[in-house]
Write a new protein. Sequence first.
Length: 405
Amino acid sequence: MKTYVPSQKIREKYADVMVNYALNGGKGIKKGDVVMLQGNEAAKPLFTEIYRMIIKKGGHVIPFYSISEPEYSLEKIYYQESSNHQDAFFPEKFYKGLIETIDHRLYIHAEEDSLLLKNSDPGKIMKRGESMKPWKQWCSDKENQGKYSWTICNYGTQGMADAAGLSLKEYWQQIIKACYLKDKDPVATWRQLQKNMHKIAQGLDDLNIRKIHMFGLDMDIHILLPEKAKWLSGSGCNIPSFEIFTSPDWRGTHGWIRFNQPLYRYGNKIEGIYLEFKKGKVVKVRASKNQKLLEEMIATKNANKLGEFSLTDSRYSKITKPMADTLYDENMGGKYGNTHVALGSSFRDAYEGDSSTVTEQQWKEMGYNFSSVHTDIISTTDRTVVATLENGDKKVIYKKGKFVI
């Protein structure tokens, strides 16, 4: 049976967006930049176009190209066969050399089986994540110095479409709409969107927000922001990205939130998630499906604390259907936009100042969290967000899926 493949023109525009917008904070790569390009066989039609675009722009490519067929998945084989000493292994010299060499990292996500690791031991997955923590820290440090950028995009597969309950063509129509790939010049469209969203983020910064209260039928939660918190918006790190987000002072989180969207994580699907916070930590967790995996995830060091708070304005996002994929679902538009929070690592660029000069002790004192995981969990139900400003005034900043500042 012939499968759906987006046209050459669409693939070329997609590559243009990823190389000439998404990398380097919305500016695109420069001649001589080194790009680490990751993808698998399922993403071959886009992988090759992105490779071609990087070369045409005068960049250098370090390709990481892997097997996509579930039967031969190296990731699946690893978690079936590995032992404790292998889970703890970290090839320090290799990854140190890699981060010193690359300027950008571009990952194409393409899964042929979204539940590939459903029978794998979640404890092993978490341990492997912990062993890779130095690599994540080095990437973060270089990014904070303004010397490294990263981005992620999706290449739709039949497996991804099946998980979302869509045909492959319908799935791709969501990708094409969300990434504005039918526009005459999608890069120009994205740069204008970036300006619009940055204007909202700047407006939030100007309010000097200290606390947030988000409430609705599915939530009643209070979030504290650090004194020098900065609101961020899409700058190419995710394509598509319509979220306006910041990192909280984890210590000031209390209340509860229920999520109506499933979490696809570690090759599994977790449904019916409920989290309750007290004094900044998760004190109660429930899931109607795969609760054990959720508990294992939260048991990872500092993964029981909030690292991100985000809102998406329904006026910008063209994503109208759940895509069974965090990248798209956390940017869903629809009637009420969405909110998502992330358990685990915070964003150190969500800080008004030079983050490269801040010590680890100072980050801790400000309430920024660091963990080997960063797990986004999403709700698309109606909510109102009220901000408490530095002067004590209260102001509604978000209602009925839209910012109202």
